[in-house]
Write a protein that binds this ligand. Structure first.
Ligand SMILES: [Zn+2]
Length: 144
């Protein structure tokens, strides 16, 4: 099966699961993604080699951005990127306003977890993480 000329294959995958993860990552970035052969290979993965894998295709204007995200995914380097270049907002103590605070739990979900959330529409329980202020000792929690 040859995709129309306007579509561009940016990656192939052996498993539907990984193809869906990458589809979700690109989709979250506003890239329209189509997976070719996913249905058949999903039924029987042994078709994968015969069909050349699950092909992830995007429209040509979005191919370059998709390739950048794919490289980041394969380098395991996907983190939140602020494209405006603005510094991240500074958290401050609720009580004294100091920015000398300590965060006691990870605040950011991994890209993979975000992808699985998108794919399976699973609602993970809201976690809260603890903050403490080094200036005044105040402690509080923030919902992630
Ligand atoms: Zn404080």
């Amino acid at each position: 099966m040859t995709p129309p000329a306007a579509l561009f294959t940016v990656a192939t995958f052996d498993t539907v699961a990984e193809a869906l993860v990458v589809q979700a990552l690109l989709d979250a970035d506003g890239i329209d993604v189509t997976l070719l052969n996913a249905g058949l290979i999903g039924l029987d993965w042994s078709f994968s080699q015969a069909l050349g894998g699950i092909r992830l295709v995007v429209r040509q204007p979005q191919a370059e951005r998709a390739a950048v995200l794919l490289r980041a995914y394969r380098d395991n380097a996907l983190t939140a990127v602020d494209e405006t270049g603005a510094p991240p907002p500074v958290e401050r103590c609720e009580r004294c306003g100091s920015d000398d605070i300590v965060i006691h739990a990870p605040r950011r979900r991994s890209a993979l977890l975000v992808a699985f959330t998108l794919i399976f529409d699973v609602m993970f329980p809201v976690r809260s993480s603890l903050r403490s202020c080094r200036a005044c000792g105040h402690r509080w929690s923030v919902d992630d």
